[in-house]
Design a protein around this ligand. Sequence first.
Ligand SMILES: [Zn+2]
Length: 258
Amino acid sequence: MQAVALHPEVIVARSVKWQTSCTVLHHGDETFVVDSVIYPSELELLPGLLAQAGWELSGLLVTHGDWDHVLARLAFPEAALGVAETTAARLRAEPGRAARQLRQADEDDYVQRPRPLSLGQVQALPVPGKLGLGDSELELLPADGHTQDGMAVWSPAHRILCCGDYLSPVEIPWLSETGSRDAYLATLERLRPWVEEARWVVPGHGTPLEAQRALAILREDVAYLQALPDPDAPLPPARRTPAQRKIHAENLTRVRTR
Ligand SMILES: [Zn+2]
């Protein structure tokens, strides 16, 4: 796991698996953890990270309901989990799915955990909406298209955008089972003004990005999505790995069957 401070009040930890990012936002006397790292040895380090900074956890937030983003409860078993209303509906509709998918991934990776995942009390947050962070307010923005649910989190005190599975430097736009190209494109346009304002954009997978780099990725992603369902849609040059071609193939079937 790598951890970097983007600001005296913001730490981003990045998992070895899929470069999944976990953002700690602190301001005043409140602290939220957005999304999660994955491996047990990484999750174990999170409480110490907060303690070292002298920050007390207010709650957990997730950008969307995919299993790799909802694991912070394993590190903070008492914490409330704040999610977009769309994500709350999704989690209600598929109870236990994240835990099952985690078990499957752990089997594939030969990973053992001290306890199974339980999401506990899930708190549905209105999105668009605001959430107090000390004397500041996080802005919760709708972010669907990768999946049918989700939100991006903008912290005006730090000018940091946690955008979930959009604008990744390592993953092409992924239309998952419930994803939609039109919704994905609309989310990118919705995020654009926030990206322009941002000091840092923290994607769900990959390193934090400065605004200019994030905007370049946004342009590449729009071009890619607009070219679908052309099988020769241009994959962004830095993201042409076999794994990304597999996602591309999945995207093609998704766009063709809609
Ligand atoms: Zn993800």
